[in-house]
Design a protein around this ligand. Sequence first.
Ligand SMILES: Cc1cc2nc3c(=O)[nH]c(=O)nc-3n(C[C@H](O)[C@H](O)[C@H](O)COP(=O)(O)OP(=O)(O)OC[C@H]3O[C@@H](n4cnc5c(N)ncnc54)[C@H](O)[C@@H]3O)c2cc1C
Length: 372
Amino acid sequence: MQADVVVIGAGVQGSAVALRLAQAGRSVLVLERSVPGAEASSAAGGILSPGVEALEPGPFYQLCAASLERYPAFAAEVERLSGLWVGYRGGGTLEVALDDEVARVLAGRAEKLEQGGIAAQVLDGEAARRLEPGLSERTRGALYFPEEASLDPKLLGRALAIAAQRAGARFLTGQVKRIALEGGRASGVDHEAGHIAAGAVVLAAGSWSLQVEGHGLPPGAVRPVRGQMGVLDTRPPLLSRVVFSEKGYLVPRADGRLLCGSTMEEVGFEKAVTAGGLLHVLGLAVEIAPRLAQAPFVECWSNFRPATPDGNPILGPGAVPGLFYATGHYRNGILLTPITADAVSAAVLGRPPPVDLAPFSPARLGAGRPGA
Ligand SMILES: Cc1cc2nc3c(=O)[nH]c(=O)nc-3n(C[C@H](O)[C@H](O)[C@H](O)COP(=O)(O)OP(=O)(O)OC[C@H]3O[C@@H](n4cnc5c(N)ncnc54)[C@H](O)[C@@H]3O)c2cc1C
């Protein structure tokens, strides 16, 4: 078996990079050990918020902003190719303060963002509650990012895999054991179905990236950070936009489901929803919007954010010729999917990437060691 490019992992990153490479006419084989989109990509809230996530201006903010800008066209393209809706919704993001001290911190952040040319509206408690009447009467203030959005990552993961297949990418189920090297260059992978030769390899295995032998990354470059999520039912919907507080967030879906997230836990690969985790996410939900205490509980889950030491993703080429990275997206992999697809596919195709990838190169994390 062979392909121009082999992509390891079919989360949103792997499927989106495969889509762009297939559209460029390359033969692409995506290797997924389970179901495309079934891991972190379907566990996410789907918040698309550079304003809340990238705390200050800089390359990471620029990357997030470039991705958000691409989203309306990207979502429409994936919907057209797949025939599936991905739940993209505007409405902005509201980061609320439930006491005066946090309100002051938010106002300070707005000032810093504005100095970097990033607009953030500072609202008092009353103005925030006019936007979202379901918020607690204790709301003292908020930051509002009106251009931000959200979508349903479970739908996006499915739609992207279908879109990539329709564009010509092939998907094969099974585990990749190692990246094969020939003359110091990535020459394919050893898969449970046998050796697969390829001109280029893209590592998009999320939290499991360091478990693929020959990954070429320094130790600790990617680690799992568990997040738990609880879902409530609100009909009619109690909130119409994403609401953050300092402890977590609420993400409303159009059908009245409300995602309450999330925990940040360093517990390795222990996939579990715990009593303490649920208490945390549901407690903060009721604190932000007290009427949620009456909302029926629907379901819960947990999964792993692929975290890097500095919180930024690992994108593009590294020390091993022919090996490219689309991993380490941590808390923002859904937001960063469109720019990852464009930037990593450009790197594989030998074209100039749409953003400077130097700040996201694996080299920043220490020297890569082929075969590590
Ligand atoms: C609770 C939670 C909430 C989140 N909320 C948001 C949010 O609101 N907004 C946002 O932007 N981001 C959010 N994220 C982050 C986002 O989900 C991730 O950054 C993103 O999904 C990473 O995508 P991925 O494709 O790299 O990883 P994954 O979706 O984990 O995909 C990796 C794939 O690789 C496969 N794989 C691994 N090893 C191998 C192997 N050896 N062989 C074959 N296949 C392999 C796995 O089976 C998996 O399908 C959240 C994450 C969590 C856990």
